[in-house]
Design a protein around this ligand. Sequence first.
Ligand code: ZN
Length: 279
Amino acid sequence: MLKAAEIEIKKEHQVLMVNKTTSFKKQGKSKGKFKKGGKKAATPPMKPKNGPKPDAECYYCKEKGHWKRNCSKYLADLKSGLVKKKKEDNNDEDPATYEEAMMSPDSNKWQEAMKSEMGSMYDNKVWTLVDLPDSRKAVENKWIFKRKTDADGNITVYKARLVAKGFRQIQGVDYDETFSPVAKLKSVRILLAIAAFFDYEIWQMDVKTAFLNGDIEEELYMVQPKGFVDPKNADKVCKLQRSIYGLKQASRSWNRRFDKVIKDFGLYSVMERPVFTRK
Ligand SMILES: [Zn+2]
C-alpha cells in the first residue's frame, strides 16, 4: 500500500515537472522524501509568507503597513456592527429567508425556483410523509436563494435550494459515517497532463442536484419545507430516502451511489480512489 503510494507520488512529480520544471529541479534531489530528512540547516530558508508590504495602504483607515483584512479599526467596527462585510458578488441582494423572498418584488420568480427544486425532490422521491416517531427529532431546513448573473450583470437564473440544517444532526442517530473521497487538484493535473500527452479528448460533465441521487442508509426525518407544507398532512414529517444538501452524510451517500453506478458501466477504481478507469 505504501509502496504504491510512493510510486504514485513519484509519478505525480514527473508529470508535474512538465509544467514546473524550474521549481521542481531544485528540490528533485531528495528522491521522493521531501521535507523528511533531518538536514534542516542545509535547505534554503523558506520564502517569507505573503504579507502586507510596509508600503501597503489600508483601504479602510488609509494608514500604511497593513491591509484592510487585518486592520484593527476595521475589525473593531465590524464587530460593533458599524460596518458590514462586503460580499464578493452582488448576492447581498439575494433574499436571506423564505419570508424575504416572498416579500421581494421578484417573489414570483423565487416561487417558481422553489417549485422547480420541489419538482426535483419529487422526481427523485427524496422523501415520504410520515408521523415522527416519539424518540426522534426532525432535522430542520432552510431555503437558500441565489441569483445568477451574466457578464453584464443581468440576472439570468433564479435558484432556490432546500438545504438541511445538518449541524443539528446527532451522530449515531441521524448519521454514522461522513467520509467520502474528494478529487485532489493534483489528480486533475495528472489527468490533464496525460490527456495532453496522448492528445486525448477531455469531456467534463456536471450532475444536476447530484446529492438528491444519494440513498440514505440511516433513518432520518426532516420537517416539511416552508411554503410547501402539505395542508392535509401538516403535522407529518419527511422521512428521507435520498440525501439532500446540508446533511452530514450527503456527500458520502452521493459518492456511494455514483461509485456503484459507474462500476455498473464496467469501470473500476484502484484502491477506492475517486478515479475510475477502463482497460
Ligand atoms: Zn487600517
